[in-house]
Write a protein that binds this ligand. Structure first.
Ligand SMILES: [Fe+2]
Ligand SMILES: [Fe+2]
Length: 176
């Protein structure tokens, strides 16, 4: 019985280590990894600011006895936090580090933190932030193109939720 096995060409220990450390990023990864990581960290900061803004608005709306708005704000706060989590995991998969630092968070975010003095101002600021998020996710998706299908799909899923959020806020504004 022959014990001959077909050997794959040997890679050096350094090459193997480097490949393993890159994890999900293989040689067929066609996007600009650094650029993608930068975009994802910008999106992460945006989601964190949105979660904080919605949490504040939730508490304020409860104080104003605006139950439907308070409930909607809380749901959005949770969904923005889920987005942040998804983005952070993808950043790590791509060999980067998620930036959760509170220092400079507002500057890294695409959307603003608006405290909001009235219910109408809160809803308007959320609507504006959601529309901004929609535009920035669309831009990221265009930028990634076919270079990183997994990240693109992930961003497309988030985009669909941001569009719903914008629609929800437009609806609340009609009722306000
Ligand atoms: Fe989000
Ligand atoms: Fe949103």
């Amino acid at each position: 019985m022959s014990t001959t096995t077909t050997r794959t060409p040997k890679t050096s220990r350094t090459e193997r280590t480097a490949e393993r450390e890159r994890g999900a990023v293989t040689s067929s990864y066609e996007a600009d990894r650094e650029k993608v990581l930068e975009m994802l960290n910008g999106a992460l900061a945006t989601e964190l600011v949105c979660t904080l803004r919605y949490r504040r608005h939730h508490a304020m709306a409860e104080g104003l006895r605006s139950r439907p708005a308070a409930a909607e704000f809380l749901t959005h706060a949770q969904q923005e936090l889920d987005h942040a989590q998804t983005l952070a995991h993808r950043i790590v998969q791509l060999g980067g580090e998620p930036d959760y630092s509170p220092a400079g968070l507002a500057e890294r975010s695409h959307a603003d933190y608006v405290a909001g003095d009235s219910l109408e101002e809160m809803i308007r600021s959320n609507l504006e932030a959601e529309r901004l998020a929609v535009d920035s996710y669309r831009a990221m998706i265009r930028e990634i193109g076919d270079g990183d299908p997994t990240t693109r799909r992930l961003l497309e899923d988030i985009l669909a939720v941001e569009e719903e959020h914008a629609d929800d806020m437009a609806g609340l504004l009609d009722d306000a």
